[in-house]
Unconditional design. Structure first.
Length: 490
């Protein structure tokens, strides 16, 4: 079937809604902005409220006979070479849980990279699935994790042939990508599905100089955040399906189980519009972005104290398979400060918000939205940062563990430890106890501690020193980590 990518079913339906002068005696209660606080309208603009209508009984009729959302999803699937696509207004955090619950269930096993996002861990907690951990490929020099190797998944399946499938995160927030074709082949040789958390890869299908798109690599389910590297609104996510290892109706049912019954049509519209934009102009837009990123990366490399990580740093034996240059990851160790301190300084003095920051790096996420003006503003700020490096050199240091020290024993299943009775104890007394909570440095959102892991001194020192240095731990019961939540002793 030949689909017309000039169409944008959601946007077109909203236009028809307004042209028809529809009058809703139904939610939302602001009634097309009429009841909204004028102060909110002044900040948000009326367009936000005018686009906020019911999905059924607003954008479409009450029985969805216009197939508005269905047609938008069909167009998206066609644009990215998938067989089925589902829109989500609850972010990829919901999408990845729906994918997991379509592959496995309570009491069963799933092979998962230990560099998974906290939303994956939340899925394990909610479902009671047993994680079979696969270690990332650690760069001990840079203290950075890259996606697990295909060989690691092969070994995990050999040791756990009963596992229902596998999940890999690719690309990572640092732009490094897994050997997806190899991992998919390993799964399919055993008749097991592969889930790819490709939240940072919405742009990948639209340019051949970018890492391999999960659907092209043979993944069964791929989860993508349209709001990260695309033009969608925050929380806009899609998940794609192909092959016969997962029933599309089952995947849709799992998403319905977890999702809202009041989806925000604005998010659907953002997803729909982005698909049309990329189907029509994506290659040219990304070509411009890649050329601009190349020039920007070269200019940053010329700034004293900055090194821009590239494929030579991140790819190769025991490292990543592919590399996305649009996340511009800058190692500032030579400035003798931390990424936390540098990111705070850039926000305070130049009103720039960095994509990522850690004990030795900052990252600027570039997309097709960038132009020479935004790139020049970034370069001006980074040069100013280098000129003021002396002011930043008293930053508290982070006690980063070795890869071996970072990994802890999984003494209980995440679900069991999370729901068992807890107690909060001083962190300096927590080594040896079983964690009852998830503790996640954010960004990038990869947990350092999972419920059920037996806590160790190196990890506790890492987190407490990180908090002193400026690390954000938003999911800890005590975000300052003076205390830590552990499974209560019988």
């Amino acid at each position: 079937m030949c689909l017309n990518h000039d169409e944008a079913p959601v946007l077109d339906a909203l236009a028809r809604y307004h042209e028809a002068d529809e009058l809703g005696f139904s939610p939302p209660g602001h009634k097309q902005a009429r009841g909204a606080d004028p102060r909110a309208r002044a900040v948000l603009g009326d367009a936000v409220y005018l686009g906020d209508v019911l999905a059924s009984g607003g954008m479409d009729d009450r029985l969805s006979r216009g197939r508005v959302l269905e047609r938008a999803e069909e167009l998206m699937a066609d644009a990215v070479h998938a067989e089925h696509t589902f829109f989500s207004t609850c972010g990829s955090s919901l999408s990845v849980k729906a994918a997991m619950l379509s592959v496995t269930c309570h009491g069963r096993g799933l092979i998962v990279g230990r560099d998974a996002h906290k939303s994956v861990i939340a899925g394990l907690i909610l479902s009671g699935v047993e994680p079979i951990w696969v270690e990332p490929q650690w760069d001990p020099e840079r203290h950075l994790a890259h996606p697990p190797s295909a060989a690691a998944y092969e070994k995990a399946f050999a040791e756990h042939p009963e596992a229902d499938g596998a999940l890999v995160t690719s690309p990572t927030p640092y732009g490094t990508a897994a050997e997806l074709r190899g991992i998919a082949e390993i799964c399919h040789r055993r008749g097991k599905p592969l889930i790819v958390d490709e939240a940072w890869g919405a742009h990948l299908p639209f340019h051949d100089e970018l890492p391999t798109w999960a659907m092209d690599a043979g993944a069964d389910v791929c989860v993508t955040s349209i709001h990260k590297m695309g033009s969608g609104l925050e929380q806009g996510s899609v998940f794609h399906l192909q092959g016969d290892l997962i029933d599309p109706a089952e995947l849709s049912s799992r998403a319905d189980l977890l999702g809202t019954t009041s989806p925000n049509v604005l998010l659907y519209a953002g997803i729909d519009a982005w698909r049309r934009q990329m189907a029509q102009h994506g290659h040219d837009l990304l070509d411009h972005a890649l050329r601009l990123a190349g020039r920007t990366r070269a200019a940053i490399e010329d700034i004293d104290g900055f090194h821009v990580n590239d494929a030579g740093d991140f790819c190769g034996p025991d490292r990543a398979a592919e590399f996305d240059p649009l996340p511009v990851v800058m190692d500032i160790e030579a400035l003798a400060t931390t990424g936390y301190r540098a990111a705070g300084w850039l926000r305070e003095h130049h009103h720039l918000d960095m994509h990522l920051f850690d004990h030795r790096r900052i990252s600027a996420q570039l997309t097709h939205a960038e132009d020479e003006q935004t790139a020049d503003r970034l370069l001006t700020a980074l040069r100013d940062l280098a000129d003021h490096a002396d002011e930043l050199r008293d930053a508290p240091r982070v006690a980063v563990p070795s890869p071996a020290e970072l990994r802890m024993e999984q003494a209980r299943l995440p679900r069991d430890a999370y729901f068992e009775p807890h107690e909060d104890i001083p962190t300096h007394r927590a080594a040896g106890r079983i964690a009852g909570e998830m503790i996640t440095p954010y960004p990038p959102g990869i947990p350092a501690v999972l419920p059920g892991e037996r806590l160790t001194d190196p990890v506790l020192r890492y987190l407490t020193s990180g908090v002193t240095a400026g690390m954000n731990l938003p999911d800890a019961a005590d975000t300052q980590l003076d205390t830590i939540r552990v499974v209560a002793q019988e």
